[in-house]
Design a protein around this ligand. Structure first.
Ligand code: NAD
Ligand code: ZN
Length: 356
């Protein structure tokens, strides 16, 4: 399956295919002319798949330099970025070479930012290996590292030349990360794709692998369409934040790592939709359906923290000038809208529904 992301001279294709890893070299030859490829991965992904990727690339005449960093969010740092620059310089990488980011969202964000800035930008290709990366972070061109003062605080918009997705790589992804990614997948269904939502209602953990191509394809198509209309995140792209305002607060209140990002988003979607449904803004029964679907993929729909616990963390990560905040809310499954909320009204939207 192929999805075109139309961004004028920055356009590219997303290719989704089981087993793609073993012939990605040939696919890449059609996209770029580079000689040397810096393949950036964390140690887990490199250990599992680095050899197979290298072979496929070498068979197609590429010179490969594997650059490996320790797995985990703490590697999305300035220090690791400096290490990558050093490695790229040592490898003699020029602007006619290219970078491949091979891994999850951390690898794509870190390696993509290195590619965006090394020699003022050299071409890069995303080969995402987690659900989060396959349905979200590898598409859209946001690249970044974290600063001590916060996540993604140094970054850029820099589009890849291609995205190659092999759903079979998910076979080795630990179940916690599968569920984490399903939080985002369910989000796509909620905001834009009722039939995806309905598909997820019939699938479960055991039958998921048979549907990866279909699910990833639908998510990428949604993300691509939104990004095409709003590359620099000035408007429509905001709808991708459904569940995230409260989700980020949950992640931060419990300190990062306690709840995965997808779990935070799950809680955010459920909590907010319960409230907007009670307010008459959302079709009756929507929250119930979302909560049932979240449970299907072992995702939480509520947390112990109270509204007043979470409130200090709401909107902290985004510029909340004038204490106004825009919530993304659902009219019904598959249809969302923007709802600007004044600072003093925010607590109404994060009240818990007691019986969850
Ligand atoms: P990650 O890259 O740390 O991957 C999660 C874990 O899975 C790691 O330990 C990794 O080694 C392991 N792993 C990866 N692929 C595997 C595989 N196929 N088999 C076994 N293990 C595998 O994190 P993530 O969850 O993929 O992404 C989270 C990051 O993505 C965050 O930093 C977030 O800010 C970023 N993100 C960016 C965007 C964007 O638009 N740029 C969007 C969403 C998230
Ligand atoms: Zn997210």
């Amino acid at each position: 399956k192929q999805i075109h992301v139309n961004l004028g001279k920055d356009s590219y294709d997303i290719q989704i295919e089981k087993g793609l890893l073993d012939h990605v070299g040939a696919a890449l030859r059609k996209v770029i002319q580079a000689r040397t490829l810096a393949v950036i991965s964390d140690d887990t992904v490199d250990g599992l798949y680095g050899g197979r990727l290298e072979r496929s690339l070498q068979e197609n005449g590429f010179t490969v330099r594997r650059m490996v960093f320790p797995a985990g969010e703490s590697s999305k740092s300035l220090r690791m970025l400096a290490n990558l620059y050093q490695g790229m310089a040592d490898a003699g990488l020029t602007r006619s070479d290219a970078v491949i980011t091979f891994g999850g969202g951390v690898t794509g964000d870190l390696g993509g930012f290195a590619a965006a800035t090394y020699l003022r930008g050299i071409p890069f290709i995303q080969i995402p290996t987690t659900i989060i990366a396959q349905v979200d972070s590898s598409v859209g061109g946001k690249v970044a590292v974290d600063l001590p003062s916060g996540k993604n605080q140094a970054g850029s918009f820099y589009q890849p030349k291609a995205v190659f997705i092999d759903p079979e790589l998910l076979q080795t992804l630990p179940i916690r990360f599968i569920h984490d990614g399903m939080g985002e997948v369910i989000k796509y269904g909620c905001i834009r794709d009722r039939s995806l939502f309905e598909l997820l209602e019939t699938v479960d953990d055991n039958s998921l692998p048979a549907y990866w191509e279909e699910i990833i394809g639908r998510c990428c198509a949604i993300k691509a369409a939104i990004v095409e209309r709003d590359v620099f995140d000035l408007g429509e792209r905001m709808i991708l934040n459904f569940g995230h305002t409260i989700g980020h607060a949950v992640e931060r209140y419990y300190s990062y790592g306690c709840y995965t990002h997808g779990e935070g988003v799950a809680v955010g979607m459920a909590m907010l939709t319960c409230r907007t449904e009670a307010m008459g803004l959302t079709q009756i029964g929507t929250a119930e359906r979302i909560i049932r679907l979240l449970k299907r993929y072992s995702l939480p729909a509520a947390v112990r923290a109270s509204a007043s616990d979470l409130l200090p963390y709401i909107g902290h990560d985004k510029k909340k000038r004038g204490s106004r905040l825009t919530f993304i809310i659902l009219k019904k499954i598959g249809v969302c809208e923007l709802l600007p909320v004044a600072g003093e009204d925010i607590p109404h939207y994060i009240r818990k529904r007691e019986f969850i």
